[in-house]
Design a protein around this ligand. Structure first.
Ligand code: HSE
Length: 308
């Protein structure tokens, strides 16, 4: 295979109580990544014009470029790659945009290499890509993006990832035009937490994963609570509690901050509920004078979609 074009999907990290350890794959929005095998032993990045195409073309500064360089070096390849990226996932929105590019490139290159990489190697190289945009990168976006569904990052260091089969749910993503720096959103978190809060959080994580695995919607609803991170980060997102409270009133199973924000996610049993939340949120932010993009997506169970 000399050429492949794929869609690399957005992901929701954390899912409220699962800070840094849970991630969910969606169908949209997505980046389009096309990789060509080229005779020269180098990596070329080409960007297709889009609303979010303001990313580096220097391969070492691009989340897709760096893993490609590393793969060429590690596997002593005598050829290189031309990588064409069309960004469809907003940058710095909390929807795993940098991870989608990194994972998409690694996934595509692996196909060109006749699936030479193991799952763990794919994670390793995608994480190298993530390191371009954040210090101490986490696998809670790259793992769901690569493998689909709900992933548990049991351990980032050893890349011990567990994939959970979950029901066909809908997710409404509400992305208000508010600037939240991922680094600031991490730096503001407490270094120490109360044991009572930790115990509550552990109970919720266990309940949430069990609820997803068993398709127990009431258990998901009871468990999708964040005792620790959300109360600290919520003030960064104007209108967060208005959207959250209304989403729950409208029938969401859970609502919280997607990754480090400012995107808000609401998980729903059906598209009708997701659409009601979308309509409310659009109106709400319009009335606040804040631009807002909204997406409704199904859970993606398989990861990147091969276009050709
Ligand atoms: N889990 C990270 C955070 C974002 O909430 O800061 C994605 O890695």
């Amino acid at each position: 295979m000399k050429n492949i074009k794929i869609q690399a999907p957005a992901t929701v990290a954390n899912l409220s109580c699962g800070f840094d350890i849970l991630g969910l794959c969606l169908d949209k929005p997505f980046d389009e990544v096309e990789v060509d095998k080229i005779n020269q032993k180098k990596v070329l990045i080409e960007l297709v014009e889009s609303k979010y195409s303001n990313i580096p073309t220097d391969p070492r500064k691009n989340t897709g470029g760096l893993p490609a360089i590393q793969i060429i070096e590690d596997f002593k390849l005598d050829f290189g790659f031309k990588i064409k990226i069309k960004k469809g996932i907003p940058l710095c929105g909390g929807m795993g945009s940098s991870a989608a590019t990194a994972s998409g490139v690694v996934f595509a290159i692996n196909k060109i290499l006749n699936e030479t990489l193991t799952d763990k190697e794919m994670l390793k190289y995608a994480l190298i890509g993530e390191s371009v945009s954040v210090t101490n990168p986490h696998a809670d976006n790259i793992a769901p993006c690569l493998f689909g569904g709900l992933t548990i990052i049991r351990d980032t260091k050893t890349l011990d990832i567990i994939n959970i089969n979950i029901p066909d749910l809908y997710v409404c993503l509400i992305h208000p035009d508010i600037s939240v720096s991922t680094q600031d959103a991490r730096d503001m978190l407490p270094n120490k937490i109360k044991l009572t809060s930790a115990v509550k959080q552990w109970g919720n994580i266990a309940g949430l994963v069990t609820g997803f695995a068993n398709g127990d919607f009431e258990l998901i609803k009871r468990s999708m609570q964040d005792e620790i991170i959300e109360p600290v980060r919520a003030p960064l997102i104007s209108g967060f509690y208005d959207v959250k409270n209304k989403s729950m009133d409208l029938g969401a199973l859970g609502c919280g901050i997607s990754g480090s924000g400012p995107t808000i996610f609401a998980i729903c049993e059906n598209k009708i509920t997701a659409k009601k939340i979308m309509d409310f949120s659009k109106n709400f932010y319009r009335n606040c004078g804040i631009d807002c993009d909204v997406y409704i997506s199904k859970v993606n169970h398989s990861g990147p979609n091969i276009l050709k």
